[in-house]
Unconditional design. Structure first.
Length: 269
C-alpha cells in the first residue's frame, strides 16, 4: 500500500517525501557522526534502501571478481545516480583510468560534481530523458538517445537498477549504444528483474510477454524482462552473455545472492 501511494506522487513529490522522511536521521548524522564525504545524505539518495556504502562496495567487489578490468581502465557508469558505484572506484582507478558517469536526474549529478572535485578523472554528465518514475520535465526519449561517447572507448559499462526502470524500446537502444562504445572484449555488468518464459509473478502482474510491469500508472516503476529476450537482444547488439547471478527478489535467500536484483554480465565480441 505504501509503495503504491509513493508511486502516485510526482517525481518531485517523491523527492520531497524522501527528504522529509529521512531529515531527522540526516541531521543527527551531520551533527554527531563522522561521515564519508562521498556518501550523500540518506534523504538525497534515490537508489533504493540499504546501506549506501556497503552496497556500493559489494557491487564493486563483484565487478572486480567477474571482469578483467584493471586500475587503468575506462569505465562508463550508466545511471550513475548519486555516486554509489563511483565511490569505491575512487579508491581503485589510477590517474590513467577514467570514470565517466551519466544520469537523467540533475540533483544527483550536481552533488557528484561538487563532491568529486578532487578526482579529475571522474566526470559526471547530465542528460535529461523522460521517465515517468524519475523525470517528467522533458520530452527527450531514451529509445532515441545516442551516447555522446566515441566508439570502442570503454572497457566496462555498468548499469545498476537502470534496465529495471526502462521500457522495451529503451532497453534495446541502450544495449546497442553500449556495444558501440565498448571496446572489443569489454564488459557490460547490468542488473535486471528476470523472468523465464511462462513464469508468473504476483509483483509483476501485468504480462506483456517479453516484459512485465508492476504498475500501469507508473510504468517505469519496476519492469521485469524475459531472460531470453534480454540475452537475444544483447547478442544482436554484439554482446554475449558470460554469466548470470540470480537475485533474492524471488527466492528470498539473501545470503546466496549478490543483490536483490538479478545480475547479467556480457562481453563484446
Amino acid at each position: 500500500m505504501l509503495r503504491k501511494l509513493y508511486f502516485r506522487l510526482s517525481p518531485g513529490g517523491r523527492r520531497v517525501a524522501r527528504r522529509i522522511y529521512y531529515l531527522p536521521k540526516d541531521i543527527i548524522c551531520r551533527l554527531f557522526l563522522k561521515t564519508d564525504n562521498l556518501v550523500p545524505p540518506k534523504g538525497m539518495t534515490f537508489v533504493g534502501s540499504g546501506n549506501f556504502a556497503l552496497i556500493g562496495d559489494k557491487f564493486f567487489k563483484h565487478i572486480l571478481d567477474t571482469t578483467n578490468i584493471n586500475s587503468n581502465e575506462k569505465i562508463l557508469d550508466i545511471g550513475c545516480g548519486i555516486g554509489r558505484i563511483a565511490r569505491p572506484f575512487a579508491g581503485f582507478l589510477s590517474s590513467e583510468g577514467l570514470y565517466q558517469g551519466f544520469d537523467i536526474i540533475d540533483y544527483g549529478i550536481n552533488w557528484c560534481k561538487r563532491n568529486y572535485k578532487r578526482y579529475p578523472n571522474f566526470v559526471f554528465d547530465l542528460f535529461p530523458l523522460k521517465n515517468d518514475l524519475y523525470n517528467l520535465s522533458t520530452g527527450a526519449k531514451a529509445e532515441e538517445f545516442e551516447f555522446p561517447y566515441e566508439q570502442n572507448k570503454f572497457g566496462l559499462a555498468i548499469l545498476i537498477s537502470v534496465f529495471t526502470h526502462m521500457q522495451k524500446e529503451e532497453v534495446e537502444n541502450y544495449l546497442r549504444q553500449i556495444s558501440r562504445v565498448l571496446k572489443p572484449g569489454g564488459y557490460c555488468y547490468a542488473s535486471f528483474f528476470l523472468l523465464n518464459s511462462g513464469d508468473k509473478s504476483d509483483f509483476f502482474c501485468y504480462d506483456y510477454g517479453e516484459y512485465h510491469l508492476h504498475d500501469l500508472k507508473v510504468k517505469n516503476a519496476n519492469v521485469a524482462y524475459d531472460t531470453d529476450f534480454i540475452t537475444n537482444t544483447a547478442k544482436k547488439s554484439g554482446l554475449l552473455l558470460q554469466n548470470r547471478f540470480e537475485g533474492w527478489w524471488r527466492t528470498g535467500y539473501r545470503q546466496d545472492s549478490v543483490d536483490f536484483q538479478d545480475i547479467m554480465i556480457f562481453k563484446k565480441e
